[in-house]
Write a protein that binds this ligand. Structure first.
Ligand code: ACO
Length: 220
């Protein structure tokens, strides 16, 4: 398996991988019925492409299988005010399912107030972790997270964050030293009538915002 930065010539292939694997399988997308396997989703594709444009995303390529994409991790940069702006823009979306998911992620993240809490000016944001169903259980997701941390270190980020939506991504990130900053039970994400907005399937019960602080040896 080869791990490399995702450059522009791979964007189409990455989106195709996400359509077949992430869009339908990720726990919140499944709960919302965002799309069928293989289908596109305009909002998620836009979100993915704008993350790719930050040039911090990594893919695992199967060199034995005609350079097929086995997995990807899409990482972006977050600056103060970005999430507030994204939440505002979200109100213009006509995709109610996408809105329900992103509203949860954005409002939960804003409550954690990471910029103030950690006194940083930018955050390395792990947004999408996806492994092709045929390659799961081989440690590829773990390696993608490990390589992302290396990249974050090369670029001198002090903080990584991730919204882990299921127990497997939570376990993977914790195994790489991420810590739980805050969490939200899906059963408690309800509307005014008390209806659960995202009936996420077991074994996933909560969203976790995880962070990892990177420290650097002094150069003197
Ligand atoms: N059942 C049981 N254990 C699992 C499962 C599973 N379905 N998936 C992962 N694990 C465990 C592994 O056993 C392993 O634990 P171990 O180190 O103690 O043996 C650990 O998690 C690491 O597993 P990997 O092999 O590195 O994970 P994998 O490459 O299979 O990818 C992933 C996991 C990314 C969650 C994959 O199943 C997937 O793409 N799912 C759909 C999309 C998704 O839910 N992505 C995460 C959303 S959160 C986010 O994107 C930031």
């Amino acid at each position: 398996m080869e791990y490399k930065l995702i450059t522009a010539e791979y964007y189409e292939q990455v989106i195709e991988h996400l359509r077949k694997n992430f869009f339908a399988d990720e726990p919140l997308n499944r709960a919302a019925g965002l799309c069928q396997r293989g289908d596109g989703n305009h909002e998620l594709e836009h979100h993915s492409l704008s993350t790719l444009a930050d040039q911090l995303s990594i893919m695992a390529i199967d060199t034995q299988q005609d350079k097929q994409i086995a997995g990807v991790i899409l990482n972006g940069v977050l600056h103060p005010g970005d999430t507030e702006q994204a939440l505002q823009q979200l109100q213009q979306s006509s995709d109610e399912n996408y809105k329900t998911i992103m509203q949860l992620l954005y409002t939960h993240s804003l409550k954690a107030n990471l910029f103030e809490r950690y006194q940083v000016r930018r955050i390395f944001d792990v947004r999408i972790l996806s492994v092709d169903a045929r390659y799961r259980g081989q440690g590829i997701a773990k390696e993608l997270v490990r390589q992302s941390e290396q990249l974050a270190r090369q670029c001198e980020y002090c903080l990584l964050r991730a919204d882990a939506t299921g127990i497997f991504s939570q376990k993977i990130l914790r195994s790489q030293g991420f810590e739980t900053c805050s969490e939200q039970l899906y059963a408690k994400y309800t509307n005014a009538e008390g209806k659960i907005l995202l009936p996420v399937e077991a074994p996933h019960i909560k969203l976790q915002l995880l962070t990892k602080v990177l420290s650097y040896e002094s150069k003197q």
